[in-house]
Design a protein. Sequence first.
Length: 350
Amino acid sequence: MNTNIIGVKIPKEKAQELISLIKNENNFNSNYKITNKKEQVIIPIKKITKSLEDYKIVELENPTKQKEHGLSFKEFLKKEGLKEQELKQIPNSYDIVGDIVIINIENQEVIKNYSKHLETALKKVNPHIKVVLNKAKEHHGEFRTQDLDWIAGENRKETIITENGCKLKTNVEEVFYSTRLATERKRIAKLVKENEVVGVFFAGVGPFAIGIAKLAKPKEVVAIELNPTGVKYLIENIKLNKLEGKVIPVLGDVKKVSKKYKDYFDRIPMPLPKSAEMFLDSAIYSCKDKGIIHTYNFVSKNNPFEKIEKILKEKEKENKVKLKIINKQVIRSFSPAVVQIVMDIMVCKK
Ligand SMILES: C[S@@+](CC[C@H](N)C(=O)[O-])C[C@H]1O[C@@H](n2cnc3c(N)ncnc32)[C@H](O)[C@@H]1O
């Protein structure tokens, strides 16, 4: 080995999913080609991130430099004839969900004049994508959905994602789904012990519930979601992954539905980072003694755990329980001042 160029070695059939994750994290080393071995590929990366910890990292033996293939999406746009002034209005990063790109361009003129160029440049960097959408508005409302305008490619908003070996169908506009928590969902699935009863609050189209049912051996996973379209896809995804009877879809408000599940769950993931703390009473009520709650929250970057720790102290008194924090982590940065955290909390009722 005579180089410091590193890559992730992975079986071919799993490569597409990992390439999307690496590109979403802006970690793809586009100066080098993906190495094709017999049944494996090596994906060149810039650095070893947390989400790659479980993968085999190797040095590229004879890394092949790319010329055209190594260009970034913006460099391709430049080749397509866009001027600096126009390029400045186009962000460097974008999200990929299945075969859909979601980009955020504010200037409507840029979109109108360069939609074809955008599609061409995006497809050069991500050959598998088929649809380009523009994020008109951030995630909003009770269902945490986003408004998306079609820019180019096939005119649809539905796609199938492969995540942690699960297939998840979704409509990127009508239901919340983000690839950014894929690694965290795998972490939770790995914690689930055989025969656990899991309650996924805020289940969406099922990435937590289906991931847990597929990667672990729970007795039952109850997936609760308020958005009827989310539950429609959740039911479809349960069938798609052959998990009928294992994952139970429930349409409804967690505050009401949880009343039917007193001391029922061994584990409750709560992926509603805008306001999960408002549902802690329900989670405590539904959790067995010594069960675990995983709460996700958006908090200030400075002293990230302070706010939720304070709330947990209040919840202990109100619910007459002990809440032991057994793990706390910053998962990702959300904006310059805000990070997303997870806290794993054991509920002690006796
Ligand atoms: C941030 S999304 C998470 C979706 C999914 N678990 C994921 O990780 O992609 C939060 C979800 O909670 C749902 N939701 C919001 N309030 C709810 C409530 N009171 N009861 C049940 N679901 C709710 C929203 O419709 C949305 O699908």
